[in-house]
Design a protein around this ligand. Structure first.
Ligand code: HEM
Length: 656
């Protein structure tokens, strides 16, 4: 096989990557912060049970969960991080109580020396682990037990009467039992964030969040692995430049064709059927942008939009959930459509009944989009009772949609894969020069539904660390793993169809970049789990492997310039100007891959950086520029390419 070495490297990267991700992940899940069977006071009074904490987690999820405030740094940005908020308020309550016992009106009134002594006492009290694994009991001192009562009343007020500054409308959660349950969950997340792991001097969340009052500061490991990640990045870039320098530089294309190779090719019925997908893409994109404006505005006015009491009908948590879900939907729809468009072009013929399949999938996609969005609106507003998890919103960012919709989407993706397979199979059987590129295209197409299925690995009552681990399998392994592969293959494939890129150059380039990208990307998943209750090994592996993800992005300028040169090749081949806009979008993909994913991603990637900025505004800077910059731009570029090929009469102006 011509590309044997590259395929072997690909196989090894997959094998080692997933062995580490699976093995260390298993350890992380099994060593997560324990949920005690019961929480009791020193004199034996039962405060609440582990079941109440689990109920509380579910209540939090049902109100929108990560779409309203964050927990351990993951979620939305207007409301606070509830674990950090609880921890800080609890610390202040206890310190003030002690200060009053010493005759002062409050802690801040005390002289510095006494304040330092009380802070030391609080640090010792808070970080000492009083959870007994054998009995499943967590013993809480009377001071923190009293603080819990005060804080439970406070959070009941926040969710019951609402808070403009947090974009929480009045009545967001009015059931007193549920309010109490949710407070126990906030307590538990703060407890895990401030209690040392047994036998260690570091909390379950690697001392996150920063809280001087209880001695929560970045650990030595957080700093050391951050520095190592920088050194490895430099080493990786050096090695890559060395490799590139050693390669023979070949022109992008051997000879540009004099006329458009796609012109005159009659679109098949299934290809024509994909046009409606693109209308949906355009409509969803407009709605998503509008929702983004509304969500941003809530950060200022809280519950109104320029004086209109919009939150009554569309609370922040719903608007933000929709903003994210619609973003994912339109990007995914444009990809599905492009895949379906490409299939007959690959096989050279239309599989029987393909057009019917494309239309059926379209109906299913629309049903899931509309159904899941409606469910999220009802679920977050507590209109679905106990069905919130199944039909409403699960409360986990990016995989918010209710479980039933999630399963239906998965089935839809499998159906899409089947439609793709039918087209690719005969082309694969030919074993011509396209074979390797097609194989990789198939692998990345399989990866899309397979990794989406990871989102089904946790249930309604799974602990947070389990849900977080699998959730990032979906989000990270899609966007920082197989989407990159899919994107590179699709672009390469389209350029080879236009005969602007030779198949052998494309195949070698795509396989090489896939190997490099996945060698950092798979284990790099751990950078999302630094502070989510995972052990030190997760922090170390996440920091160094995700630094390696940036290496290929630093050299992406080569790819961008190849595309720019193509768009300028109009002198010898004037027909290329018709593809100018899709090519510009592909250039934008490369640019944002470097800036949005590479620079802004690495800016928050070293553990010590993320320690301070997690859940703050630098995360969305990266999230937007990477997700929209790379995959949004790609979705739009692919859409323009397909429409251009399907509607040759549409010149550049229509597209603009
Ligand atoms: C096209 C590629 C990428 C996409 C689409 C992407 C997208 C995202 C998204 C959507 C988030 C979540 C933001 C939020 O919670 O609001 C995120 C978080 C993050 N990304 Fe990326 N990313 C990409 C590449 C990278 C790379 C290459 C790195 C590292 C060098 C990186 C490092 C991070 C870190 C450290 C976080 C925050 C961790 C966390 O809070 O879970 N990303 N990314």
């Amino acid at each position: 096989m011509q590309y044997k070495k590259l395929w072997v490297a690909f196989g090894l990267v997959m094998l080692i990557g997933f062995a580490v991700l699976g093995g260390v992940g298993y350890k992380a899940i099994n060593n997560g912060p324990p949920i005690p069977g019961q929480v009791v006071t020193a004199d034996g009074r039962v405060l609440f049970t582990g079941e109440t904490i689990r109920d509380g987690q579910n209540v939090w999820q049902s109100t929108g969960g990560q779409e309203i405030g964050t927990i351990w740094g993951h979620g939305a940005y207007v409301a606070p991080d509830w674990s950090a908020d609880y921890l800080h308020r609890q610390s202040e309550i206890v310190l003030n109580r002690w200060a009053r016992q010493q005759g002062a009106t409050s802690y801040s009134e005390l002289p510095a020396e006494q304040r330092a002594a009380l802070q030391g006492r609080l640090t010792e009290l808070t970080r000492r682990n009083t959870y007994n694994k054998a009995t499943g009991t967590l013993v809480l001192d009377n001071d923190r037990a009293a603080a819990f009562d005060e804080l439970a009343a406070y959070y009941a007020d926040v969710y019951g009467r609402g808070r403009n500054e947090y974009a929480i409308p009045a009545g967001a959660l009015s059931d007193p039992t549920k309010q109490h349950q949710m407070a126990t969950f906030f307590f538990w997340t703060a407890w895990a964030a401030s209690t040392n792991r047994p036998g260690q001097e570091v909390t379950y969340t690697q001392n996150w969040p920063h809280e001087e009052l209880v001695g929560n500061r970045p650990t030595g490991a957080t700093i050391v692995w951050s520095v190592i990640s920088f050194v490895l990045l430099l080493a990786g870039i050096g090695a890559m430049v060395w490799y590139f320098g050693s390669q023979e530089h070949r022109p992008v294309t051997e000879r540009m064709p004099s006329r458009d190779p796609l012109l005159g090719l009659k679109p098949t019925p299934s290809q024509r059927a994909t046009v409606k997908y693109f209308f949906v893409v355009a409509a969803l994109w407009v709605v998503q942008v509008a929702l983004g404006g509304i969500v941003a505005h809530y950060g200022v006015e809280g519950s109104s939009f320029y004086g209109i009491p919009l939150a009554k009908y569309l609370p922040y948590a719903v608007a933000r959930t929709w903003h994210l879900q619609i973003g994912i939907f339109w990007i995914a729809t444009s990809w599905l459509a492009t895949g379906l468009y490409i299939v007959p072009a690959v096989s050279g013929r239309e599989p029987k009944g393909q057009c019917f399949g494309v239309n059926a999938l379209f109906v299913a996609v629309v049903a899931v989009v509309v159904g899941s969005l409606a469910g999220e609106w009802m679920g977050i507003q507590q209109k679905l009772g106990n069905l919130w998890f199944w039909f409403g919103a699960q409360g986990y960012e990016y995989v918010d949609l209710g479980r039933v919709w999630q399963i239906l989407l998965f089935v839809g993706l499998l159906f899409w894969l089947w439609l793709m397979w039918r087209g690719i199979k005969p082309a694969l059987a030919r074993r011509d020069e396209n074979h390797s590129l097609l194989l990789l295209f198939l692998v990345s197409s399989i990866a899309i539904p397979v990794f989406y299925a990871a989102g089904l690995m946790y249930g309604q009552r799974s602990p947070l660390i389990t849900a977080e681990y699998w959730r990032w399998w979906v989000v990270h392994l899609w966007v920082e793993g197989f989407f990159e592969v899919f994107a590179t293959v699709v672009i390469a494939f389209l350029l080879t169809r236009l005969k602007l890129l030779s198949v052998s150059t494309a195949t070698r380039g795509v396989l090489f970049s896939t190997v490099i990208y996945l060698s950092g990307g798979i284990i790099g998943t751990f950078h999302h789990l630094y502070f989510t209750g995972a052990p030190n090994s997760v922090l170390a592996l996440g920091a160094v492997f995700s630094a390696l993800e940036v290496v290929p992005l630093v050299l992406i300028g080569f790819e961008a310039w190849e595309n720019i040169r193509l768009s300028r090749g109009t002198a010898q081949s004037p027909w290329i100007s018709a593809y100018k806009w899709p090519i510009y979008f592909f250039v934008a993909v490369a640019f944002w891959n470097f800036v949005g994913a590479g620079l802004f991603g690495f800016m928050i990637n070293p553990p010590v950086a993320l320690y301070y900025v997690q859940g703050l505004n630098l995360t969305p800077v990266h999230g937007h520029t990477a997700l929209f910059g790379v995959y949004g731009m790609l979705g739009l570029g692919l859409m323009l390419f397909c429409l251009r090929a399907l509607r040759p009469a549409w010149r550049g102006r229509t597209v603009r």
